[in-house]
Design a protein around this ligand. Structure first.
Ligand SMILES: C[S@@+](CC[C@H](N)C(=O)[O-])C[C@H]1O[C@@H](n2cnc3c(N)ncnc32)[C@H](O)[C@@H]1O
Length: 298
């Protein structure tokens, strides 16, 4: 049996799992070929893999090898579509183990209940969640415009117990998981889940109240930027924005993001600075996810 593991630029488990998988499969004498992409995710006790077209028939083989390498795994799901739609969901097919999509993921000492079929969740934002939580100051009010199952918000509330985070999401299933996660992580009154479109919710309830606004949805960040500004206190504050940029070099992606943000702020006639930005990860050929910290001056 031969395993080809396609290296994609970002891998959660990295070399060690790749090596263990190769070793495990080389012990088998069959001559079948299994090809999986290296960058698979582990969420709680579920692995999510991307199989190549040619290896879909050997899906069960790949699933068994993955579960054999990580005894904590109960389920292997294959990604059957791109992440799509307003709720940022993907189709998933069980290729091994227990047929389920609900799990509990542990991150930075917090527990996140998530239904992977109904809610967006990515363990790849773990580093960013920690980075942002460390920037928060005592007693801040924060608006999370695209909160998902509440990961950014809950990690912030655990890191800075005097902070209050209004956590908005359009997806009722994500807000239901967020409510559970608020209970499990004991952050009542600190993380406040709100169901709805963040633009409408901010206009109706959260004008000029926030020290910091989180915008972890690249597809809508620039469109919703003027609304984020209105959520900030009149004395100013911080906006943490993610966007996708198309460029050959990562520096060009950041320059493009800066230019678009500058154009928005120019049209709003508001003073701002960008003290920090970076490319988080490649998201396709010459496409990059860029994160930008914007200081809005009052
Ligand atoms: C990339 S995910 C957020 C990730 C999340 N912050 C995390 O750390 O897991 C984007 C979220 O935005 C939500 N969303 C999409 N459009 C929205 C809108 N107009 N208002 C509020 N939430 C929205 C989606 O349902 C999805 O849960």
């Amino acid at each position: 049996m031969l395993l080809n593991v396609f290296s994609t630029p970002r891998s959660i488990e990295g070399e060690s799992l790749r090596k263990r998988l190769k070793k495990r499969l080389s012990e088998n004498t069959s001559t079948k070929t299994v090809e999986i992409y290296n960058s698979f995710d582990i969420v709680g006790d579920i692995a999510i893999v991307k199989l190549t077209e040619s290896s879909k028939e050997q899906a069960a083989l790949a699933a068994n090898a993955i579960m054999g390498c990580n005894k904590g795994l109960k389920t292997v799901l294959a990604q059957a579509s791109k992440i799509q739609g307003e709720f940022r969901l993907r189709n998933l097919v069980c290729i091994g183990g227990e047929d389920k999509t609900v799990t509990t993921h542990r991150e930075h000492g917090c527990f996140f209940n998530v239904d992977l079929e109904k809610c967006f969740f990515s363990p790849r934002l773990s580093g960013e969640r920690l980075r942002i939580s460390r920037l928060v100051q005592p007693n801040e009010t924060i608006v999370n415009m695209f909160a998902g199952v509440g990961c950014f918000s809950i990690i912030i509330a655990k890191t800075v117990p005097t902070a209050k985070v209004y956590s908005i999401d359009l997806n009722p299933a994500a807000v239901e998981c967020m409510r559970k996660n608020v209970r499990v992580n004991r952050v009542f009154g600190k993380v406040l889940p709100v169901l709805g479109d963040s633009k409408a919710i901010i206009e109706a309830r959260f004008q000029h109240c926030a020290d910091r606004v989180l915008m972890p949805l690249p597809e809508k960040a620039l469109e919703y930027l003027p609304t984020a500004v209105t959520a900030l206190k009149t004395s100013g504050g911080w906006i943490h924005l993610h966007c996708f940029e198309h460029a050959i070099k990562t520096e060009e992606s950041m320059d493009q993001a800066h230019a678009k943000i500058a154009a928005e702020f120019k049209s709003l006639d508001i003073d701002f600075e960008v003290p920090f930005s970076r490319v988080v990860r490649p998201v396709g050929p010459n496409w990059h996810q860029v994160e930008v910290d914007i200081r809005v001056n009052g």
